[in-house]
Design a protein around this ligand. Structure first.
Ligand SMILES: O=c1ccn([C@H]2C[C@H](O)[C@@H](COP(=O)(O)OP(=O)(O)OP(=O)(O)O)O2)c(=O)[nH]1
Length: 231
């Protein structure tokens, strides 16, 4: 499925093969792609806020010398960009909303991205929130991360939510609203057994190693053996 031998740029490559990326000599970082939220662009009157501050436009280029994975993409909307990496070593490629959407506090909406993809078998793509929009505006992804299966051929969609308690978020078609992380995934074969092997953690979880803050002796504050479940 994967090739480790570098393939020259432009040469045919089987789906799923890895290729070392070599940028063109005249590549200019930040050459501008639709979907940037332009600082200083006209904003709606408060309390409606339009996300701003995305000063680095995506270059769409992977890291120099890193192995890259070819993923087939169809643009369902020719005016919207392909997923693009804002920085060469980013894990997530930005996705834009295909439509204007206004989210009241607490409201959610499914937006299209104008893209469908064919991931190689053995891979999945995960729709993650963008931290800047989350921190500044409370914009998140309800099912973060959303899972795009290798066999899915429909439009990649993002289930957005405005977690802010008072501000409306107004997004415009082409705004970068989420990021897509493509990862190799294992397909498990679930084998039933009567006993599982021992481990240090055992059944401890849900806070068993402590919560936030420090105890009076400077160590992690312990809050008992995890969160109560059920009765
Ligand atoms: O954020 C997301 C999550 C999912 N999908 C698409 C791709 C994925 O392959 C398909 C199904 O997603 P999932 O398996 O999470 O949905 P489900 O609720 O389990 O539905 P299904 O019964 O169709 O599997 O929907 C997206 O476009 N964006």
């Amino acid at each position: 499925m994967t090739a480790t031998t570098p393939t020259p740029p432009g040469a045919p490559l089987p789906v799923g093969a890895l290729r070392a990326y070599v940028p063109p000599a005249d590549a200019v970082p930040g050459d501008g792609v639709a979907g940037d939220i332009v600082p200083g662009a006209q904003r709606p009157e408060p309390p409606t806020r339009q996300p701003t501050g995305d000063s680095v436009p995506p270059t769409g280029q992977p890291a120099v010398g890193a192995g890259t994975l070819e993923v087939l993409v169809r643009r369902l909307d020719p005016d919207l960009p392909l997923p693009a990496y804002a920085q060469p070593s980013d894990a997530g490629a930005d996705l834009v909303t295909a439509q204007d959407v206004t989210l009241a506090p607490g409201e959610r909406a499914i937006v299209g991205t104008g893209l469908s993809v064919a991931l190689p078998e053995g891979y999945a793509a995960f729709v993650h929130p963008r931290s800047g929009l989350a921190a500044r505006h409370g914009l998140s992804v309800v099912n973060a991360p959303g899972t795009v299966d290798a066999g899915y051929r429909g439009e990649v969609k993002v289930i957005l939510i405005n977690t802010d308690r008072s501000e409306v978020i107004a997004l415009r078609r082409g705004d970068r609203v989420a990021q897509l992380v493509v990862q190799r995934v294992e397909h498990a074969v679930f084998r039933e057994v009567d006993l599982l092997p021992d481990s240090v953690r055992g059944a401890g979880g849900f806070g068993s190693t402590g919560g936030f803050g420090r105890s009076s002796d400077g160590g992690p504050r312990r809050e008992g053996h995890g969160v109560r479940s059920g009765s």
